[in-house]
Structure formats: structure tokens, C-alpha cells
Design a protein around this ligand. Sequence first.
Ligand SMILES: [Zn+2]
Length: 413
Amino acid sequence: MAFWTLHCVSCQATYQPEEVHYTCPRCGPLLGTLEVVYDLETVASHFDRQQLRLDARANHWRYLPLLPIEKPEFISPLAVGWTPLYRQEALAREWGLADLWVKDDGRNPTASLKDRASSVGLVKALEQGATTVTAASTGNAASSWAAFTALAGLRTVIFVPRNAPRAKIAQLLLYGAEVLQVEGNYDQAFDLCMQAARQWHWYNRSTAINPYLGEGKKTAALEICEQLNWEVPDVVFVSVGDGCIIQGLWKGFRDLFQLGFIERLPQLVGVQAEGAAPLVQAWREGKDQCRPLEPHTLADSIAVGIPRDQVKALRAVRESGGRFMAVSDQEILDAIALLARKAGVLAEPAGATALAGLKRLVEEKQLTKDVRAVVLVTGHGLKDIDGVLKAATATPRTVEPSLEAVARTLKLD
Ligand SMILES: [Zn+2]
């Protein structure tokens, strides 16, 4: 008997896990996203802060009692999570913040936060006896999924948009996925994948429609709290495309709050790219749903015109008292360079978008003084080398192989 149920975020219907695998049949895939709700008494009976202190696992399975897993024997050997949380004292001083931390989720096995979700999704797929699995993705979720599923011997069919960066395609091919590059954008790839999964009964890891993915993503919030010794930050900045990560973070903070691990909740700031900001628009207009748009941004991971987790994402930001905001592609490029130089963290464009949001709020004096902020970097810069190179202001200089040439070029005596 599972220790959780699935709740529809729109009509509040409750389902047992075996009754439904994806979204609420009454409300449909966009509005009927399901939330995993635990029997917290059961969880609390074998999970507390003291037990975590004694847990030597440096990965996100240290939070297994708070994850929807029935057969832990299906857990992949790939080490996910427990990524570093770096304190940025110089930047915090410069910006008038009490504290600033950067959490580098590019340090996961396939170099993005998506591994947190794929690792949970794999267990759910195997629990259901899946033999073929699929996903549509801007690139990171798919390349992550392929690593886990191919290793587990599952046939893996992936739908990516035309503009997916080459490094992500390389990952997919080498992990052993069958890659279908859709003549269209991410939103079209998503819809095609949904149809194919229904037609051939493949297990679908596409974001938002699968309620278990956000549970994996929430472990980033659990880690932030534990790594800060349960002192909750005031505000957490994260980039947003489909909205699954931000709602997952909020779920993580709420789960910990309800279990009594933390005494308050942080505000969440969701940062989108100006050319792909349907959630910002809906948030400003006080709407519960987004108007679809054609996305244009160099941050491919968040180039989303129809955010699939929009209901939960809007609710998460509103409940947290935070906000959505948008930054320009130039601000994203500036943030890539800043993160690399000040924090030593190389982020892909979407990964640096959160810092660009924080920088903007500092410049506009919109943050109260002495704020303690966390910036979540969601993907590594080597995922999109063409994208991050646009942030470089210098180019290599050619020299002859002689000391004189080095001296001349660097103007040394
Ligand atoms: Zn419903």
C-alpha cells in the first residue's frame, strides 16, 4: 500500500497511485497536473533531522522516505544530487545582501538538475514494468532520461526540437537513445511525444504530466535547507521554462515545513527570458493560466511557449509571496560571465538566468536589505558551448612558439 495519494491541482480529486499514471482524467494534461501528497505521519515515523545527520549517503536518496518509491531495488547506481552550495561573500557584500549562495546543479551525472527527476522517473517506469520509454525535451531532460533508461536496458525514444544544442544531442546518441529531431519547436515536440506515448503505450517522462518528476526535483530544496543547517533562506531564485522545477522546489519546502524540519518558507522568484515569458505575463495579469506564445531566446532550456506545469508554478510563486520576472538575453550572457568569474561555476544560458534575475532586482533596489538569497544553477555551460561562448568578451590570441612572442603579446619585459 503506497504511503501517498495523487491530488488534482484543479478539481482537487484524489486518486490512488495505481488508478492514474499521469494527469487527472477529468481536467486534462494542462490543468489536471497531479500532486503527490504523503501520509506525513507515516513519513515522520521513520524520518527526522537526527536520522539525516547520521546518513552517510552524499546523494539525494538520503531523502528516500520523502520520495514516492515502492521498489528501491530499481534505483540507478548513478549518483544524483548533494550538489555543492557555494557561499558568495564578495558578491553579497557588493550587492548589499546578508548572504548569497550558488547551488551548482550542473554537477549532476548528466550535468543538469533534470537528473533528480529522471532518477525517480526511472524507478516508477520499472515499477510499472515499462520496456519502452519516451520524453520530449528541450534537451536536458531527455539527455538525462536517456542516461538512466539506457543503463537500465529500456528502449528510449526521444523527441527534441530542431534547435536542441549539439552537446545535448551528443549525450542522447551516446547514452543509446533513438533520437527524433522534430521539425518544429519544443511545444510541437512535446505534443508529438504525448501522441506517440498514448499510441504505443510507452512510459512518458515529459515534464509536468508525470507527477513523480517534481518529487525528484524537490530534493534540491531539501538539500538547500539541510546544507544551510535548516536555516531557510529568504528568497530562492530559479530559471523557469515549463515551471516544473520551481513548483518542485516549493513542494520540497512545503513538505519540510509540514514535517517540522523548517520553521518558515522562502519566497520563490521565477526568472524567465524576455522572449519566452508566458508565466511572467500570467502572473502580472493575475491569471491562473498562460497565453501560448512563440518563444525566442538563446536560453534553449527555457525556450517554452506553453509552460506545461503552469498551474502549479503560478500557485507556488503566489503562495510563497514571491514573483515572476523576465530578463533579456544580454543580461543572461552577462550573468554567465559573472558566475564563471565570481563563483567558478560555468552555467548554460538557462542556468545563469536565475542570477541575472537577482542582479536586476539588486540594481532596481527591489530587494529589502540584508536578504539571504540562494541562486540555483540548473545546467552546466558545456551543455551549450555555442551559447556560452557568446558571453565571452575575449578571443584567444595566436602566438608563434617562442618566449619573445609571448612577451610581445602580453607586453612583458
Ligand atoms: Zn481534476
